[in-house]
Design a protein around this ligand. Structure first.
Ligand code: HEC
Length: 120
C-alpha cells in the first residue's frame, strides 16, 4: 500500500511537471514589443505616457497575470462579473494574448527594474 501511494505521488509530480511551462523572458519581451504595450506604458514599463497608466516594471508576476486575465474576462461584450475587469483599452489588448503570452510577459515585466517595491 505504501508503495502504491508513493508511486501515485511520483506520477502526480511527473504529470504536473509536464504540464507546467516555465515562463520565457525573451518570449515575454517579444510579446511586449509585438503588441506595442510600450506605446502607453513606456518602453521600460515604468515611464507611462499619462499618469493614469500604471507602472508595470517590477510588479509581481502573479498580480500581472491576474490583471491581464481579468481584462480578458471583462472584454467587450462579456457580462459584468466579479472577477472580470472592464476596461475598453486593456480588454482589447488582453484578448490578443494567449495564456502562455500572459505568463511570459508577466515574468518579463516583473524582472524589469522599477519603482514598485516592498521596502525592507
Ligand atoms: C492604448 C494604451 C495601452 C496599451 C497599448 C496597453 N495598455 Fe495596459 N493599461 C492601459 C491603461 C489605461 C490601464 C489602466 C486601466 C484600468 O484602469 O484598469 C492599463 C492597465 C494595465 C495593467 C494592469 C496594471 C495594474 O496595476 O493593475 C496591465 C497588467 C497592463 N496594462 C499590461 C499591458 C500589456 C502587457 C500590454 C500589451 C499587451 C498593454 N498593457 C498595452 C493602457 C494601455
Amino acid at each position: 500500500m505504501k508503495h502504491l501511494s508513493l508511486a501515485l505521488v511520483g506520477a502526480t509530480f511527473a504529470l504536473s511537471a509536464g504540464l507546467t511551462h516555465a515562463a520565457d523572458l525573451a518570449a515575454g519581451k517579444a510579446v511586449w514589443e509585438k503588441v506595442n504595450c510600450a506605446s502607453c506604458h513606456g518602453p521600460d514599463a515604468k515611464s507611462p505616457v499619462a499618469p493614469a497608466y500604471p507602472i508595470l516594471a517590477g510588479q509581481h508576476a502573479d498580480y500581472l497575470m491576474h490583471a491581464l486575465t481579468a481584462y480578458q474576462r471583462g472584454a467587450s461584450g462579456a457580462p459584468v462579473q466579479a472577477n472580470g475587469r472592464k476596461n475598453a483599452v486593456m480588454g482589447a489588448f488582453a484578448t490578443q494574448l494567449s495564456k502562455q503570452d500572459i505568463e511570459n510577459v508577466a515574468a518579463w515585466l516583473s524582472a524589469q527594474p522599477g519603482p514598485l517595491a516592498v521596502r525592507k
